[in-house]
Design a protein around this ligand. Structure first.
Ligand SMILES: [Zn+2]
Length: 98
């Protein structure tokens, strides 16, 4: 596995920690680098509002992260964060991982 793949996987994990479910199939993804920005990912349409997706098309890292997120974690109540480790909560990971 190359360093790039490992870095990519780490990026995905960080993004996964910043995903908020808005409704079925639609997720809000906080930007990893700029907490003021966040993107809307629509899984059904495979759509994302980030520039990367707009310009290049296809699956951007947000779409990939949301896919991995939904496949791994299937919380009973998406708005209940009490079962989520503190380090995975949006807003917390930025300070704890840097
Ligand atoms: Zn995106």
């Amino acid at each position: 596995m190359s360093v790039d793949r490992i870095q990519e996987a780490k990026d995905l994990l960080e993004i996964m920690g910043a995903i908020t479910k808005l409704k079925d199939g639609v997720y809000l993804v906080a930007s990893q680098w700029n907490s003021d920005k966040s993107y809307i990912v629509d899984l059904a349409k495979r759509d994302c509002s980030c520039p990367d997706h707009l310009y290049r098309g296809g699956d951007c890292k947000h779409i990939l992260a949301v896919k991995a997120f939904t496949e791994r974690a299937k919380p009973k109540d998406p708005f209940d964060l009490s079962h989520t480790p503190l380090s995975m909560r949006p807003g917390d990971w930025g300070a704890s991982t840097r």
